[in-house]
Design a protein around this ligand. Structure first.
Ligand SMILES: [Ca+2]
Ligand SMILES: [Ca+2]
Length: 385
């Protein structure tokens, strides 16, 4: 998630309680603006699943099959739960972010990522990544809670002190098939640190679930798994155990990358296409910015066969821009089995309205769920035939 090239759009603090709107379909907060319509393929429906969230970022269901969607709120630092379609009043947990004032007016910091332990059904561990403002700077943390009846207890810090700027901070965690925890970090606008494998910046980090450095990491005594990134928001493993992420470029050259151990992805020396042998070339480059955000491989069976195993990728688009975007404000379906990968629209925002999709995840019923940070809503996309 990066918006540094797009701050020009953030000239005012968006208020959610739009006046003069009526006919809202929103049962929770009737003063909200109507949802931005979403166009989906024939046979699919897109509906509002939850509303009234405060700058929702990452979303995820625990791997126990329960109908509980965990939703991070960026600046409140609250992890919320939508259980059986109802947003619970009591948050699961709350972390200190010390950020207020709206996004991205005061920066991108706050509660970003969430992941569940592969053994969640046994140990109930929930992991979060967040960036906290302090008097001496902004720092990223990886922490763990234990889920006790929808309340996060036994708060445990696993990694802290990840340097951050007003953005490009610590982003998202994901567990690999090796049982290790991977975490993406932005460059914190300190580009000179990115090629240093001993620095936390511009990396994909790999750690044991307890926060220690695995003995088989590619660089001795370093969390670095791969490096040379500007700001990767999400991390996702496919069914074969390969890791993918999308890097956010400046005002150009967003990248989709396959992540390999020890790989150098070029930033800040190169961005976008590269033929340099020392750098890993992207799978795909968007020459114009799309701001790639959340990612999920569809592993369910609700959708028809043509949709299964595909990567669903959110293209966030310009912050606060109103009206259609011909290349973002949508979820695309990516076929990584073709060379080069092929992209197809799946869910496209159909304006008027203000909104930006951010994260996507699959639910236990095989529907896809989509967070919208500015609408404060979660959308549910289902195949109904
Ligand atoms: Ca690159
Ligand atoms: Ca995600």
């Amino acid at each position: 998630m990066t918006y540094s090239g797009r701050f020009l759009f953030a000239v005012f603090l968006l208020t959610f309680a739009a006046t003069g709107c009526d006919g809202t379909e929103d049962p929770f907060t009737p003063t909200l603006a109507p949802p931005v319509p979403i166009t989906v393929p024939d046979g699919f429906t897109a509906e509002v699943f939850a509303s009234g969230l405060d700058l929702p970022t990452s979303i995820a269901f625990p791997p126990d099959g329960s109908d509980r969607l965990f939703v991070n709120e960026l600046q409140s630092g609250k992890v919320r739960i939508v259980q059986g379609g109802v947003l619970l009043d009591e948050p699961f947990a709350e972390v200190a972010t010390n950020t207020t004032g709206g996004f991205p007016v005061t920066g991108e910091n706050g509660l970003l990522g969430i992941a569940f332990d592969p053994q969640y059904s046994v140990n109930r561990y929930v992991y979060v990544t967040y960036a906290t403002r302090t008097d001496s700077g902004t720092f990223g943390t990886v922490a763990r809670f234990t889920d006790v009846n929808n309340r996060g207890e036994d708060f445990t810090v696993l990694l802290e002190g990840v340097p951050s700027g007003p953005g490009h901070q610590i982003e998202s965690p994901a567990f690999g098939p090796d049982g290790n925890l991977y975490v993406s970090t932005g460059d914190a606008f300190m580009e000179d640190e990115v090629q240093n494998t001993d620095s936390f910046l511009g990396k994909i980090l790999r750690m044991n679930p307890d926060g220690s450095i695995p003995g088989d990491n590619p660089f001795p005594n370093s969390y670095t798994y791969a490096y040379g990134f500007r700001n990767c928001f999400d991390l996702v493993f496919d069914g074969a155990g390969e890791l993918f992420s999308a890097d956010n470029g400046t005002d150009r050259d967003d990248e989709l990358n396959r992540i390999v151990a020890g790989g150098n992805y070029g930033w800040p020396m190169e961005l976008g296409e590269t033929s340099a042998p020392e750098f890993v070339a992207p799978l795909h480059v968007w020459s114009q910015i799309v701001s790639p955000g959340g990612m999920a491989f569809y592993q369910g069976t609700q959708f028809p066969a043509a949709f299964r195993g595909k990567l669903f990728l959110v293209l966030f688009g310009d912050t606060f821009s109103e009206g259609p975007s011909d290349r973002a404000k949508r979820v695309q379906m990516v076929d990584l089995d073709t060379t080069p990968p092929t992209f197809e629209d799946f869910a496209v925002y159909d304006f008027p309205g203000v909104g930006n999709p951010l994260d996507v995840t699959e639910g236990p019923d095989g529907s896809l769920f989509l967070s919208d940070i500015f609408q404060g809503r979660i959308f549910k996309i289902s195949y109904t035939g």
